[in-house]
Design a protein around this ligand. Structure first.
Ligand code: URA
Length: 209
């Protein structure tokens, strides 16, 4: 599938199954989302550029590779995206964090923005949008548009779970944007929940149900 990477490492699959289980409590759910985010961050950063530097080991001088400076901004979509931030900053500690708050208007079904705070140097940063669920795609499409309007040069999107409807919506609107997810589930139900899914990611993260 064009521009979609499924991170199906056995550790990811194992943790995802426990995340889906309805009896998994919030404390464990938060921990699993953090761990899954870190595991996915390995894949997302796979093509980060390296540069060579001279170092000295106890044995001799040698030329070896380190990460070339790359400025990153992690952009969680509130509120469930917050659960993925720490997993990413564990792997990319120098990343800045931007926040986008959206809700879906029940009548128009469009995303309504209630909060936006992005770093002032966003036009020089690679953005990684994080939101555990890709359902209709409305929120992530809105967020990609905001980042493009802010001249963000390079944007990636990371979800834990996606569905065919959401993948189609985002890849149709933005075929150039890479999407990473751990699984693409069967379908969206009439209430815009992913099936089989894991329920409401925000409620499960924050214990609000
Ligand atoms: N958001 C969620 O939290 N869960 C879904 O299944 C779909 C959207």
């Amino acid at each position: 599938m064009q521009n979609v990477t499924i991170v199906d490492h056995p550790l990811v699959m194992h943790k995802l199954t426990h995340l889906r289980k309805m009896e998994t409590p919030s404390r464990e759910f938060r921990e699993l989302v953090k761990e899954l985010s870190s595991l996915m961050a390995w894949e997302v950063t796979k093509n980060f550029p390296l540069k060579e530097i001279e170092i000295e080991t106890p044995i001799c001088k040698t030329t070896q590779k380190v990460l070339a400076e790359k400025d990153v901004v992690i952009v969680p979509i509130l509120r469930a995206g917050l659960g993925m931030v720490e997993g990413f900053t564990n792997i990319i500690p120098k990343a800045k964090i931007g926040h986008i708050g959206l809700y879906r208007d029940p009548e128009t079904l469009q995303a309504v923005e209630y909060y936006k705070k992005l770093p002032s140097d966003i036009a020089e940063r690679e953005a990684i949008i994080v939101d555990p669920m890709l359902a209709t795609g409305v929120s992530v499409i809105h967020t990609i548009r905001l980042l493009k309007e802010a001249n963000c040069p390079n944007i990636k999107v990371v979800h834990i779970l996606a569905c065919p409807e959401g993948i189609k919506a985002v890849t149709t609107a933005y075929p150039d944007i890479p999407i990473f997810c751990a699984a693409i589930d069967d379908h969206l139900n009439d209430h815009a929940y992913i099936v089989p899914g894991l329920g409401d990611a925000g409620d499960r993260l924050f214990g609000t149900k």
